[in-house]
Design a protein. Structure first.
Length: 188
């Protein structure tokens, strides 16, 4: 009869395939599968229901992939591009990159946000204030300011995605295509 440790190790290949559908690269999926097996082996003595081993391993893998995305912030390239466009749009500069083209959209789309989100986001990303300074200026708690800024960024990102199909990679915005749907705003 195989031991629990052997059963865990035997499932690494299946875990890699499971994580490959969720991770940005195969290398990351393999690393996360290895970490899943390592953590499972370290906690093997605490398994209460060995017959539910696959479900337990998938829970560990799901937590690891969530932690990976939380750490890496997979949406960071677009958020960074939006933040830098907020900080330094130059209307006189020639538009030679998708990033430069989209920077002209930032202010109109920002203006379309609800006032609470717009004000917090403008203070943080346009004026460059710290989140604590935004909280002080708006009379909010720090967590309230962080929440408004984050909701504003998410809403601004959705506005960008409504008006343009944006293609990104790890370096940032690669290309975009304005959407022509009649109910969607055109930003360029």
């Amino acid at each position: 009869m195989p031991t629990l440790e052997n059963a865990i190790a035997a499932r690494q290949r299946a875990l890699t395939a499971y994580l490959a559908r969720r991770a940005p690269t195969v290398d990351i999926a393999e690393d996360l599968a290895q970490e899943t097996v390592s953590r499972a082996l370290a906690a093997a003595t605490s398994v209460r229901e060995p017959e539910r081993l696959d479900a337990w391993l998938h829970r560990i893998a799901d937590r690891l992939i969530a932690d990976h995305y939380r750490r890496s912030r997979a949406e960071l390239p677009l958020s960074d591009a939006i933040s830098s466009a907020l900080a330094a749009p130059d209307p006189t500069a020639a538009s030679t990159t998708p990033h430069a083209d989209l920077s002209a959209c930032v202010r109109p789309l920002l203006a379309s946000l609800p006032a609470a989100q717009r004000d917090a986001l403008a203070l943080a990303d346009l004026d460059g204030l710290s989140q604590q300074a935004v909280a002080d200026r708006l009379g909010l708690s720090l967590s309230g300011a962080k929440s408004r800024i984050q909701r504003g960024r998410v809403a601004l990102r959705r506005r960008f995605e409504d008006c343009c199909a944006i293609e990104t990679n790890r370096a940032g915005i690669v290309d975009y295509t304005p959407r022509t749907h009649p109910r969607r705003p055109v930003c360029t």
